[in-house]
Design a protein around this ligand. Sequence first.
Ligand SMILES: *Cc1c(COP(=O)(O)O)cnc(C)c1O
Length: 354
Amino acid sequence: MFDLNSIVRENVKDLIPYSSARDEFKGAAEVWLDANESPFNDGYNRYPDASQSVLKNKISELKHINANQVFLGNGSDEAIDLIIRAFCEPNQDEIIICPPTYGMYEVSARINAVAVKEIPLKKDFSLNEDEIEEYINDNKKSKLIFVCSPNNPTGNIMSQESIIRISRQFSGLIVVDEAYVDFAEKSNISLLKEIPNLIIIQTFSKAWGMAGLRLGMAFASKDIIGIINKIKPPYNINSITQKIVLERINEKEIIENRIDEIKKEKKSIIQKIRTFPFVRNIFPSSTNFLLIQVSRPKEIYQYLSSKGIIVRDRTKYVNNALRITIGLPKENQQLIEALQSFETTLFTLENQFA
Ligand SMILES: *Cc1c(COP(=O)(O)O)cnc(C)c1O
């Protein structure tokens, strides 16, 4: 049912990729006069490795996947953009998104003049499989379905069975964004062995603590990765990022400990805020944030920001919802104290008018 060749854009199929100096001469040499670089070496005068091979080999070990199944992007946002550009014909094709979800799928599609079909999550934030299937069965314009799992901003994981079922019905690609996977129980990455039309996206921006370095990953079959690589800007990952991420992976125990700490903090925040009368609901979270429903979300947001604590107002997407990232213990303590004092202020105010 899925045929990769039939969904790649014609101009991408025909494209002859840019050939850099480093593509044209690989190997050892003493004098490099082929790339118009500065000869004065203060550490960064040479272009970065366009094939990112050392880092890719490291990531392939880390993720138990072949290096030719790894794409690296300037953040996963670049991967999202390139996937749309490789497979969606502007002013003709469309992507499917399942809101409430991460905003970049829609923004990237619109930048590329690609339409966006929304098939909202169900009330419990699970995928609406039936509606997706019905829609893709009589619609051939949909080239990509973006599924975010664990989902931002709702925090839940999408069922693997749903992902498998949808992928089997679909002649396009299902893109599963696992930006928060390091906080979750497991990844869908092993599904790549059985599902040819699957792309998994991950990032070093969240659990790995390197948002400022901009490194995102996409994993898929080697043919899909080959297509994305063909259209990427040649030097999309700078040398500092390649170097520092490599070092970080070599000390991944530090990150694992931090993930544990964040999970513990998350539990403790839940215990503390569930007792506040204005907290109506705390959604289960497989991420490093909590989506909570409160009475008076705008007031709470304002109150917290007046105390210098910034959370994310998500009321436009989920009724009365605020999204709170888990911080350091001390920061979380500040949050709890601010919420406590909000409660006191509210109580006093209400008594005044009682
Ligand atoms: C934060 C986030 C990303 C990360 O994007 P980067 O460009 O890698 O920093 C991707 N997807 C989702 C759902 C996110 O929340």
